[in-house]
Design a protein around this ligand. Structure first.
Ligand code: PEP
Ligand code: MG
Length: 420
Protein backbone atom coordinates (compact mmCIF):
# COMPACT_ATOMS: atom_id res chain seq x y z
CA UNK A 1 0.00 0.00 0.00
CA UNK A 2 1.19 3.48 -0.82
CA UNK A 3 -0.09 6.45 1.10
CA UNK A 4 -0.72 9.65 -0.88
CA UNK A 5 -1.40 12.83 1.06
CA UNK A 6 -1.04 16.58 0.88
CA UNK A 7 0.69 16.70 4.22
CA UNK A 8 1.01 14.33 7.16
CA UNK A 9 2.48 14.45 10.66
CA UNK A 10 4.99 11.91 11.97
CA UNK A 11 2.61 10.51 14.58
CA UNK A 12 -0.18 9.91 12.03
CA UNK A 13 2.18 7.71 10.08
CA UNK A 14 2.23 5.24 12.92
CA UNK A 15 -1.55 4.72 12.62
CA UNK A 16 -1.02 2.70 9.45
CA UNK A 17 -0.39 -1.02 9.42
CA UNK A 18 3.34 -1.28 8.92
CA UNK A 19 3.11 -4.70 7.30
CA UNK A 20 1.00 -3.19 4.55
CA UNK A 21 2.38 0.29 4.11
CA UNK A 22 5.38 0.29 1.78
CA UNK A 23 5.75 3.90 0.83
CA UNK A 24 4.28 7.37 0.84
CA UNK A 25 3.98 10.29 -1.52
CA UNK A 26 3.36 13.71 -0.07
CA UNK A 27 2.83 17.02 -1.79
CA UNK A 28 4.60 18.93 0.94
CA UNK A 29 7.75 18.39 2.89
CA UNK A 30 11.44 18.29 2.07
CA UNK A 31 13.74 15.32 2.64
CA UNK A 32 14.60 16.66 6.09
CA UNK A 33 11.10 17.19 7.41
CA UNK A 34 10.33 15.11 10.46
CA UNK A 35 7.77 12.98 8.73
CA UNK A 36 10.43 12.03 6.17
CA UNK A 37 12.84 11.19 8.97
CA UNK A 38 10.24 9.02 10.73
CA UNK A 39 9.32 7.34 7.44
CA UNK A 40 12.98 6.49 6.92
CA UNK A 41 13.19 5.06 10.42
CA UNK A 42 10.22 2.85 9.60
CA UNK A 43 11.89 1.63 6.43
CA UNK A 44 9.37 3.34 4.15
CA UNK A 45 10.20 4.93 0.86
CA UNK A 46 8.97 8.48 1.25
CA UNK A 47 8.82 10.91 -1.65
CA UNK A 48 7.99 14.52 -0.95
CA UNK A 49 7.41 17.62 -3.00
CA UNK A 50 5.20 16.05 -5.67
CA UNK A 51 2.86 18.83 -6.64
CA UNK A 52 -0.85 18.13 -7.04
CA UNK A 53 -0.34 14.41 -6.71
CA UNK A 54 -3.46 13.93 -4.61
CA UNK A 55 -5.74 15.13 -7.41
CA UNK A 56 -3.91 13.02 -9.99
CA UNK A 57 -4.24 9.61 -8.32
CA UNK A 58 -7.17 7.29 -7.89
CA UNK A 59 -7.39 4.61 -5.22
CA UNK A 60 -5.91 1.40 -6.55
CA UNK A 61 -3.48 3.03 -8.99
CA UNK A 62 -0.12 1.30 -9.26
CA UNK A 63 2.94 3.45 -8.66
CA UNK A 64 6.70 3.11 -8.61
CA UNK A 65 8.51 5.20 -6.00
CA UNK A 66 12.17 5.80 -6.68
CA UNK A 67 13.70 6.78 -3.36
CA UNK A 68 17.07 7.40 -4.99
CA UNK A 69 15.95 10.06 -7.45
CA UNK A 70 12.83 11.26 -5.65
CA UNK A 71 10.71 10.43 -8.72
CA UNK A 72 7.37 8.70 -8.88
CA UNK A 73 5.84 6.89 -11.83
CA UNK A 74 2.07 6.66 -11.69
CA UNK A 75 0.36 3.82 -13.55
CA UNK A 76 3.70 2.59 -14.96
CA UNK A 77 4.02 0.69 -18.25
CA UNK A 78 5.20 -2.92 -18.28
CA UNK A 79 8.59 -1.80 -19.70
CA UNK A 80 9.09 0.51 -16.77
CA UNK A 81 8.09 -2.20 -14.30
CA UNK A 82 10.65 -4.53 -15.92
CA UNK A 83 13.37 -1.88 -15.79
CA UNK A 84 12.69 -1.20 -12.14
CA UNK A 85 12.61 -4.90 -11.32
CA UNK A 86 16.18 -5.10 -12.64
CA UNK A 87 17.10 -2.11 -10.55
CA UNK A 88 15.60 -3.67 -7.42
CA UNK A 89 17.56 -6.90 -8.03
CA UNK A 90 20.75 -4.88 -8.43
CA UNK A 91 20.00 -2.99 -5.21
CA UNK A 92 19.40 -6.26 -3.33
CA UNK A 93 22.89 -7.33 -4.43
CA UNK A 94 24.31 -4.11 -3.04
CA UNK A 95 22.49 -4.60 0.26
CA UNK A 96 24.16 -7.97 0.48
CA UNK A 97 27.56 -6.30 -0.04
CA UNK A 98 26.78 -3.77 2.69
CA UNK A 99 25.77 -6.56 5.06
CA UNK A 100 29.13 -8.19 4.46
CA UNK A 101 30.88 -4.96 5.50
CA UNK A 102 29.12 -4.88 8.83
CA UNK A 103 32.02 -6.10 10.94
CA UNK A 104 34.71 -4.35 8.97
CA UNK A 105 36.15 -1.26 10.70
CA UNK A 106 35.28 1.98 8.91
CA UNK A 107 38.83 3.10 8.23
CA UNK A 108 40.06 5.13 5.29
CA UNK A 109 42.82 3.83 3.00
CA UNK A 110 45.32 6.02 4.85
CA UNK A 111 44.33 4.63 8.22
CA UNK A 112 41.90 7.20 9.70
CA UNK A 113 39.12 5.59 11.67
CA UNK A 114 35.72 7.20 11.14
CA UNK A 115 33.21 6.29 13.80
CA UNK A 116 29.75 5.56 12.39
CA UNK A 117 26.62 5.79 14.51
CA UNK A 118 22.91 5.56 13.88
CA UNK A 119 20.12 8.03 14.46
CA UNK A 120 17.14 6.46 16.17
CA UNK A 121 13.84 7.53 17.61
CA UNK A 122 11.86 4.39 18.23
CA UNK A 123 12.73 1.30 20.16
CA UNK A 124 12.38 -0.74 17.01
CA UNK A 125 15.27 1.21 15.48
CA UNK A 126 17.59 -0.37 17.99
CA UNK A 127 17.68 -3.63 16.05
CA UNK A 128 19.54 -1.72 13.33
CA UNK A 129 22.46 -1.12 15.63
CA UNK A 130 23.84 -4.62 15.29
CA UNK A 131 22.46 -5.18 11.80
CA UNK A 132 24.36 -2.19 10.47
CA UNK A 133 27.51 -2.71 12.51
CA UNK A 134 27.30 0.88 13.80
CA UNK A 135 29.31 1.76 16.89
CA UNK A 136 26.46 3.33 18.81
CA UNK A 137 23.45 5.64 18.67
CA UNK A 138 24.70 9.14 17.91
CA UNK A 139 21.24 10.69 18.25
CA UNK A 140 18.19 9.27 19.94
CA UNK A 141 15.29 11.64 19.24
CA UNK A 142 13.16 11.23 22.35
CA UNK A 143 10.31 13.36 21.10
CA UNK A 144 8.86 10.48 19.09
CA UNK A 145 8.01 8.70 22.33
CA UNK A 146 6.11 11.83 23.36
CA UNK A 147 4.49 12.29 19.96
CA UNK A 148 3.13 8.77 20.02
CA UNK A 149 1.52 9.20 23.40
CA UNK A 150 -1.87 10.77 24.13
CA UNK A 151 -0.55 12.60 27.16
CA UNK A 152 2.84 13.35 28.67
CA UNK A 153 4.45 9.94 29.27
CA UNK A 154 4.71 9.45 33.02
CA UNK A 155 8.02 9.03 34.79
CA UNK A 156 7.79 5.24 35.14
CA UNK A 157 6.87 4.86 31.46
CA UNK A 158 9.82 7.03 30.42
CA UNK A 159 12.19 5.10 32.67
CA UNK A 160 11.13 1.78 31.21
CA UNK A 161 11.41 3.08 27.62
CA UNK A 162 14.92 4.46 28.13
CA UNK A 163 15.97 1.33 30.01
CA UNK A 164 14.75 -0.88 27.17
CA UNK A 165 16.72 1.21 24.68
CA UNK A 166 19.90 0.98 26.74
CA UNK A 167 19.40 -2.74 27.22
CA UNK A 168 19.12 -3.24 23.47
CA UNK A 169 22.24 -1.18 22.90
CA UNK A 170 24.24 -3.44 25.21
CA UNK A 171 27.80 -2.11 25.42
CA UNK A 172 27.32 0.42 22.66
CA UNK A 173 26.83 4.05 23.69
CA UNK A 174 23.50 5.86 23.23
CA UNK A 175 23.20 9.63 23.11
CA UNK A 176 19.75 10.66 24.31
CA UNK A 177 18.58 14.03 23.13
CA UNK A 178 16.30 15.89 25.50
CA UNK A 179 12.90 16.87 24.12
CA UNK A 180 13.02 18.97 20.98
CA UNK A 181 9.40 19.96 20.77
CA UNK A 182 8.32 22.87 18.63
CA UNK A 183 9.00 23.57 14.98
CA UNK A 184 7.25 20.80 13.07
CA UNK A 185 7.22 18.54 16.15
CA UNK A 186 4.01 19.29 17.95
CA UNK A 187 2.55 17.59 21.00
CA UNK A 188 -1.22 17.85 20.74
CA UNK A 189 -1.69 17.62 24.51
CA UNK A 190 0.79 20.37 25.35
CA UNK A 191 -1.03 23.64 25.15
CA UNK A 192 0.97 26.31 23.41
CA UNK A 193 0.06 29.52 21.70
CA UNK A 194 0.20 29.39 17.90
CA UNK A 195 3.44 30.85 16.58
CA UNK A 196 4.21 32.66 13.32
CA UNK A 197 7.61 30.98 13.04
CA UNK A 198 7.64 27.86 15.19
CA UNK A 199 11.06 26.65 14.00
CA UNK A 200 12.60 29.73 15.57
CA UNK A 201 10.07 29.95 18.31
CA UNK A 202 9.56 28.55 21.76
CA UNK A 203 11.09 25.15 21.32
CA UNK A 204 13.58 22.68 22.75
CA UNK A 205 15.97 24.18 25.33
CA UNK A 206 13.97 27.41 25.43
CA UNK A 207 10.96 25.48 26.69
CA UNK A 208 13.15 23.42 29.05
CA UNK A 209 14.52 26.55 30.71
CA UNK A 210 11.21 28.39 30.97
CA UNK A 211 9.17 25.41 32.16
CA UNK A 212 11.75 23.10 33.71
CA UNK A 213 9.20 20.57 35.01
CA UNK A 214 9.05 18.49 31.85
CA UNK A 215 12.81 18.66 31.29
CA UNK A 216 13.55 17.68 34.89
CA UNK A 217 11.18 14.72 34.68
CA UNK A 218 12.98 13.58 31.57
CA UNK A 219 16.41 13.98 33.17
CA UNK A 220 15.16 12.07 36.19
CA UNK A 221 14.05 9.26 33.90
CA UNK A 222 17.39 9.24 32.05
CA UNK A 223 19.31 9.10 35.33
CA UNK A 224 17.16 6.31 36.73
CA UNK A 225 17.31 4.33 33.50
CA UNK A 226 21.11 4.68 33.33
CA UNK A 227 21.83 3.24 36.79
CA UNK A 228 25.32 1.71 36.63
CA UNK A 229 25.75 2.89 33.03
CA UNK A 230 27.10 5.92 31.23
CA UNK A 231 24.43 8.54 30.50
CA UNK A 232 25.04 10.71 27.44
CA UNK A 233 22.58 13.57 27.38
CA UNK A 234 22.41 15.99 24.49
CA UNK A 235 20.65 19.35 24.53
CA UNK A 236 19.01 20.65 21.32
CA UNK A 237 18.77 24.20 19.96
CA UNK A 238 21.36 25.79 22.24
CA UNK A 239 21.67 29.40 21.07
CA UNK A 240 24.04 31.00 23.58
CA UNK A 241 26.61 29.02 25.59
CA UNK A 242 25.35 30.30 28.95
CA UNK A 243 22.08 28.41 28.41
CA UNK A 244 24.11 25.30 29.11
CA UNK A 245 25.05 26.63 32.55
CA UNK A 246 21.37 26.94 33.40
CA UNK A 247 20.75 23.44 32.05
CA UNK A 248 23.60 22.06 34.18
CA UNK A 249 21.96 23.54 37.28
CA UNK A 250 18.77 21.59 36.51
CA UNK A 251 20.72 18.38 35.87
CA UNK A 252 22.71 18.86 39.09
CA UNK A 253 19.47 19.26 41.03
CA UNK A 254 18.18 15.98 39.64
CA UNK A 255 21.47 14.23 40.41
CA UNK A 256 21.30 15.50 43.99
CA UNK A 257 17.73 14.20 44.34
CA UNK A 258 18.73 10.83 42.92
CA UNK A 259 21.38 10.56 45.60
CA UNK A 260 19.06 11.78 48.35
CA UNK A 261 16.44 9.20 47.46
CA UNK A 262 19.06 6.46 47.38
CA UNK A 263 18.79 5.39 43.74
CA UNK A 264 21.80 3.91 42.01
CA UNK A 265 23.51 6.60 39.93
CA UNK A 266 24.94 6.32 36.43
CA UNK A 267 28.71 5.63 36.42
CA UNK A 268 29.15 8.87 34.49
CA UNK A 269 27.00 11.64 33.06
CA UNK A 270 28.22 13.45 29.94
CA UNK A 271 26.34 16.51 28.80
CA UNK A 272 26.64 17.63 25.21
CA UNK A 273 24.95 20.08 22.91
CA UNK A 274 23.68 20.13 19.39
CA UNK A 275 25.08 22.88 17.23
CA UNK A 276 22.08 23.94 15.19
CA UNK A 277 21.94 27.69 15.62
CA UNK A 278 24.41 29.91 13.72
CA UNK A 279 25.02 32.30 16.65
CA UNK A 280 27.16 29.57 18.23
CA UNK A 281 29.55 29.72 15.29
CA UNK A 282 30.79 33.02 16.66
CA UNK A 283 31.14 31.84 20.23
CA UNK A 284 32.77 28.46 19.75
CA UNK A 285 35.37 28.71 22.51
CA UNK A 286 32.76 29.49 25.15
CA UNK A 287 30.61 26.66 23.84
CA UNK A 288 33.42 24.10 23.80
CA UNK A 289 34.36 24.94 27.39
CA UNK A 290 30.88 23.91 28.51
CA UNK A 291 30.32 20.62 26.71
CA UNK A 292 31.55 17.06 27.02
CA UNK A 293 30.63 16.44 23.38
CA UNK A 294 29.08 18.29 20.49
CA UNK A 295 26.98 17.17 17.54
CA UNK A 296 26.25 19.34 14.53
CA UNK A 297 22.57 19.22 13.64
CA UNK A 298 23.09 20.18 10.05
CA UNK A 299 19.38 20.00 9.19
CA UNK A 300 18.63 22.95 11.41
CA UNK A 301 22.02 24.64 11.14
CA UNK A 302 21.65 24.87 7.37
CA UNK A 303 18.04 26.00 7.43
CA UNK A 304 19.02 28.84 9.75
CA UNK A 305 22.27 29.62 7.96
CA UNK A 306 20.51 29.88 4.60
CA UNK A 307 17.23 31.18 6.04
CA UNK A 308 15.52 28.40 4.07
CA UNK A 309 12.76 26.40 5.74
CA UNK A 310 13.69 22.70 5.74
CA UNK A 311 10.02 21.74 5.50
CA UNK A 312 9.08 24.08 2.68
CA UNK A 313 9.30 22.19 -0.58
CA UNK A 314 9.99 25.35 -2.58
CA UNK A 315 13.15 26.27 -0.70
CA UNK A 316 14.35 23.20 1.22
CA UNK A 317 16.91 22.16 -1.39
CA UNK A 318 17.50 25.54 -2.94
CA UNK A 319 20.95 26.15 -1.45
CA UNK A 320 23.83 23.72 -1.60
CA UNK A 321 25.27 22.39 1.62
CA UNK A 322 28.47 21.67 -0.29
CA UNK A 323 29.14 25.34 -0.91
CA UNK A 324 31.59 27.74 0.67
CA UNK A 325 29.61 29.28 3.51
CA UNK A 326 28.45 26.07 5.19
CA UNK A 327 31.74 24.28 4.56
CA UNK A 328 33.75 27.12 6.09
CA UNK A 329 31.41 27.13 9.09
CA UNK A 330 31.72 23.38 9.47
CA UNK A 331 35.52 23.62 9.28
CA UNK A 332 35.62 26.26 12.03
CA UNK A 333 33.67 23.92 14.30
CA UNK A 334 36.28 21.18 13.77
CA UNK A 335 39.11 23.59 14.58
CA UNK A 336 37.47 24.72 17.82
CA UNK A 337 36.58 21.18 18.91
CA UNK A 338 40.15 20.00 18.24
CA UNK A 339 41.53 22.93 20.22
CA UNK A 340 39.40 22.02 23.23
CA UNK A 341 39.58 18.24 22.85
CA UNK A 342 35.79 17.99 22.50
CA UNK A 343 34.32 14.90 20.82
CA UNK A 344 32.59 16.14 17.69
CA UNK A 345 30.02 14.55 15.39
CA UNK A 346 27.52 15.44 12.70
CA UNK A 347 24.06 13.93 13.08
CA UNK A 348 22.04 15.80 10.43
CA UNK A 349 20.91 14.11 7.22
CA UNK A 350 23.99 15.24 5.29
CA UNK A 351 26.15 12.82 7.32
CA UNK A 352 24.30 9.91 5.69
CA UNK A 353 24.85 10.93 2.07
CA UNK A 354 28.15 9.52 0.76
CA UNK A 355 29.34 12.64 -1.10
CA UNK A 356 28.42 14.95 1.78
CA UNK A 357 29.90 12.52 4.31
CA UNK A 358 33.09 12.50 2.26
CA UNK A 359 33.22 16.30 2.43
CA UNK A 360 32.72 16.21 6.21
CA UNK A 361 35.57 13.74 6.58
CA UNK A 362 37.71 16.00 4.40
CA UNK A 363 36.97 18.86 6.80
CA UNK A 364 38.19 16.75 9.73
CA UNK A 365 35.04 15.09 11.12
CA UNK A 366 35.71 11.62 12.52
CA UNK A 367 32.25 10.77 13.80
CA UNK A 368 29.04 10.66 11.79
CA UNK A 369 25.54 9.67 12.82
CA UNK A 370 22.94 8.76 10.22
CA UNK A 371 19.90 6.68 9.43
CA UNK A 372 20.81 2.98 9.63
CA UNK A 373 20.32 2.40 5.90
CA UNK A 374 23.09 4.90 5.17
CA UNK A 375 25.80 3.10 7.15
CA UNK A 376 26.62 0.65 4.32
CA UNK A 377 26.94 3.24 1.54
CA UNK A 378 28.93 5.63 3.75
CA UNK A 379 31.25 2.86 4.94
CA UNK A 380 31.83 1.78 1.34
CA UNK A 381 32.89 5.33 0.53
CA UNK A 382 35.21 5.50 3.56
CA UNK A 383 36.97 2.25 2.68
CA UNK A 384 37.87 3.63 -0.74
CA UNK A 385 38.99 7.07 0.46
CA UNK A 386 42.40 8.63 1.05
CA UNK A 387 41.57 11.27 3.63
CA UNK A 388 44.80 13.27 3.48
CA UNK A 389 44.48 13.71 -0.25
CA UNK A 390 40.85 14.79 0.14
CA UNK A 391 41.64 17.29 2.89
CA UNK A 392 44.32 18.88 0.71
CA UNK A 393 41.89 19.12 -2.18
CA UNK A 394 39.19 20.64 0.00
CA UNK A 395 41.57 23.21 1.43
CA UNK A 396 42.51 24.21 -2.11
CA UNK A 397 38.85 24.44 -3.11
CA UNK A 398 37.93 26.54 -0.12
CA UNK A 399 40.89 28.83 -0.68
CA UNK A 400 40.20 29.30 -4.36
CA UNK A 401 36.72 30.79 -3.94
CA UNK A 402 35.39 27.96 -6.07
CA UNK A 403 31.67 28.11 -6.68
CA UNK A 404 31.57 24.58 -8.00
CA UNK A 405 32.61 22.64 -4.92
CA UNK A 406 30.03 19.90 -5.34
CA UNK A 407 31.12 19.27 -8.92
CA UNK A 408 34.80 19.37 -7.92
CA UNK A 409 34.20 16.87 -5.12
CA UNK A 410 32.36 14.53 -7.47
CA UNK A 411 35.27 14.80 -9.90
CA UNK A 412 37.71 14.10 -7.08
CA UNK A 413 35.75 10.98 -6.17
CA UNK A 414 35.67 9.78 -9.78
CA UNK A 415 39.40 10.41 -10.33
CA UNK A 416 40.31 8.57 -7.13
CA UNK A 417 37.94 5.61 -7.50
CA UNK A 418 35.96 6.57 -4.42
CA UNK A 419 32.71 4.65 -4.31
CA UNK A 420 29.78 6.97 -3.89
C1 PEP B 1 19.32 18.44 12.92
O1 PEP B 1 18.75 19.52 13.09
O2 PEP B 1 20.23 18.25 12.07
C2 PEP B 1 18.95 17.26 13.74
C3 PEP B 1 19.65 16.16 13.66
O3 PEP B 1 17.85 17.36 14.54
P1 PEP B 1 16.35 17.25 13.98
O4 PEP B 1 16.44 16.75 12.56
O5 PEP B 1 15.64 16.31 14.87
O6 PEP B 1 15.87 18.65 14.09
MG1 MG C 1 17.45 19.84 14.77
Amino acid sequence: MILVARTIGPAELLDYDRNKLRGMIIEDGGSQSHVAIVAKALGLTAIGRIRRVVERVTTGDAAILDGETGEIHLRPSQELIDAYSDKVRFRAGRQQQYAELKDKPSTTKDGEHISLHINAGLQLDMAHLDESGAEGVGLFRTELLFMLSNSIPRLDRQISSYKAILAEAGDKPVIFRSLDIGGDKVLPYLRSTPEENPAIGWRAIRMSLDRPGLFRMQVRAFLRASAGKHLNLMIPMVTVPSELDAIRVLIDKEQALLKKWGYEAPVAVSVGAMLEVPSLLFDLDALMQRVDFLSVGSNDLLQFLFAADRTNANVADRYDELSRAPLLALREIVRAADKHGVTLAVCGEMAGRPLEAMALIGLGYHRLSMSPASIGPVKTMILSLNRTKLTNRMNELLQSNSEQIRVALKDFAAENDIEL
